[in-house]
Each structure stands twice: as structure tokens, then as C-alpha cells.
Ligand binder design. Structure first.
Ligand SMILES: [Zn+2]
Length: 307
């Protein structure tokens, strides 16, 4: 039996312990996260200077190499949002990175704005003619902003000390009936559990202090519901950990990881470019049904009665 631990008001069963942090299934928050939770100041330092420069030096290079594939994913994502909203509108991307999604949205007729803490990524976005603030999304930042039709957070919620505080800020900058779209890693999946518990593979998905929070569909949708949103769409990306089940360990071999990434990219581009996007969605819907998929996207609508 695993131990229970608590830190401030956060309490839950310890699932894993990595690099001095414990992942708990937190009763207070309703999702899994590490304790102790690093302070805003500690995190600000990591993101302002370290992340894109030291830990992810290849990010822009890889993203440019992936451009065609990223554009097809972003296009599908925007198309889904346009379908639910009934039109293109105003779009706020929090953690807009190098601005690829913003560029794509702009091309499709959206009015776009980005918030990005990394100065290097923000600089690249300016060079692409995008309206991006180099800032952390906090109360002060939210107060400066207009109301938007859509707020998008890709690869943000796993990094923040308080997802609840972020959702409150999103509520503040979203118009009534507006949409929030959240992309996060899908964690503690059945395949991850099989690999870790039954096959002695290390819990590679746990990455403190960069990854603080570990969501699955149920915990993310639950969190959204408790913050005045109604989930209306979800989807997953290719379950990369299937390669581990096939006996190919890419965890300590970035080159092999890139090869497998290239394979799933090709699968998706082949189906999309040949006009079979509907089959791709159906196939990935089956992965979602099985609870697997490396990342997930959940879209939810801000409830009308709040204003
Ligand atoms: Zn908690």
C-alpha cells in the first residue's frame, strides 16, 4: 500500500517520488500533482531564462522541421473551434510559444493575441508580425486584456502551481458563452501503468519541477466543471508509449524518439492529405476510448449564467 502525504492543505496517496518531489492524487484539487509545489518566483526564474534556452534548445528548430504537420494539427483545432463557435472570432493564446497557432488563426480570419513568458519565443513571434506580450499570465496581465471568444492554453496547465487560479483568470478574459481550449499531456494512462507497474519501466512522464500537474480526461473535465465551464469536446494525440510496448525504448534515445515522431507525423499527414481526416479522427477516437493518447485537448464553454 502506498503512503498518504500532505503539504499545506494538499493531501493524497503518493503515486511516485522523483527528484525530491512526490506525486500525490490530491483530494483537495481533484487531480494529481507534485508536492511541495514550487513558488511562483522559482517557476518564473525557470521559464524566463532556462526553458527554451537551456532545456529545450532544439524547440524552434524542431518546430520549423515539423511546420507542415503542426499547421495541419492547428488547422484541425481551429476548424473544431469555428464549428462550435459558429464563426472565427477573437483568440487569446496563453503560452503562445513561437506563435505558430496564432499565425494559423490569423490566416483563417481570427483576431489574435498571445501571452508568452519566454523572451526568446516572444521575440520570434514579433518577427512573424504577431501581437504577443512577453509576460506571465497573472491578475495584472488579465486586467489589461479585453474579453475574448476563445482562450487557448497549450502545454500550460501541467506547468503552473495553481491551475485553479489560471482558470479563474481565463474566466475573467472570456466572454459569456466563450470557449476555453486546453491541451495537456494525458498522464497515468493504462499503457503507462502497464509499463511502469508490470514491466518495470521507470515513470518517465514524471518531470518535476517543469511538470507539476498530471491530468487525465476525467480530472481535467472535473476541474473545468468546478470553475464554471461545460466540457463540449475532447480528443487525443497518438499514444507514443505504444512503441515502448512494442519493445522499442526511445526514452533514453532522442534520435529514436524523433524517428517515431516522424512515423506518427507521416501517418497523420498521409490520412489528412489523402482526404481521410474523418478516418483519422475515428481511429484516434478509439485510442481516447481506451484512455490512451500522449496528449489530450479538452474544449469547454463558459457558462452563461455567470454574468
Ligand atoms: Zn492539491
Amino acid at each position: 500500500m502506498s503512503d498518504k502525504k500532505n503539504w499545506n492543505d494538499h493531501e493524497g496517496t503518493v503515486l511516485h517520488s522523483v527528484d525530491g518531489f512526490d506525486v500525490i492524487d490530491c483530494k483537495l484539487c481533484g487531480f494529481k500533482h507534485i508536492i511541495p509545489i514550487p513558488s511562483e518566483d522559482e517557476l518564473r526564474k525557470i521559464y524566463k531564462h532556462d526553458y527554451h534556452v537551456k532545456d529545450k534548445p532544439l524547440m524552434l528548430e524542431h518546430q520549423l522541421e515539423d511546420r507542415e504537420w503542426l499547421d495541419s494539427i492547428n488547422d484541425a483545432r481551429l476548424e473544431t473551434l469555428e464549428k462550435i463557435l459558429g464563426r472565427a472570432g477573437s483568440f487569446l493564446d496563453i503560452g503562445s510559444g513561437n506563435g505558430f497557432l496564432l499565425s494559423q488563426a490569423k490566416n483563417r480570419g481570427w483576431t489574435v493575441k498571445g501571452i508568452e513568458p519566454s523572451d526568446k519565443a516572444a521575440e520570434y513571434s514579433y518577427s512573424q508580425g504577431l501581437d504577443v506580450d512577453c509576460a506571465v499570465f497573472d491578475q495584472e496581465c488579465a486586467n489589461r486584456l479585453e474579453k475574448f471568444d476563445v482562450v487557448h492554453l497549450g502545454d500550460v496547465m501541467e506547468h503552473v502551481p495553481s491551475p485553479s487560479a489560471i482558470l479563474n483568470l481565463c474566466n475573467h478574459v472570456l466572454r459569456s458563452g466563450g470557449l476555453i481550449a486546453i491541451g495537456v499531456p494525458n498522464e497515468y494512462t493504462p499503457v503507462q501503468k502497464i509499463l511502469n507497474e508490470d514491466m518495470d519501466v521507470r515513470p518517465w512522464w514524471i518531470a518535476p519541477p517543469h511538470h507539476l500537474n498530471y491530468f487525465d480526461k476525467e480530472s481535467l473535465e472535473g476541474l473545468l466543471s468546478r470553475h464554471g465551464f461545460t466540457p463540449c469536446h475532447s480528443e487525443v494525440s497518438f499514444p507514443m508509449e505504444l512503441f515502448l510496448l512494442m519493445g522499442k525504448n526511445y526514452l533514453d534515445d532522442p534520435k529514436l524518439g524523433r524517428d517515431f515522431h516522424a512515423m506518427r507525423k507521416q501517418l497523420e499527414l498521409n490520412l489528412t492529405k489523402s482526404g481521410n481526416r474523418a478516418f483519422l479522427d475515428k481511429l484516434y477516437g478509439c485510442f481516447a476510448e481506451a484512455g490512451i493518447g500522449r496528449t489530450m485537448l479538452v474544449i469547454a464553454q463558459k457558462n452563461f449564467e455567470q454574468e
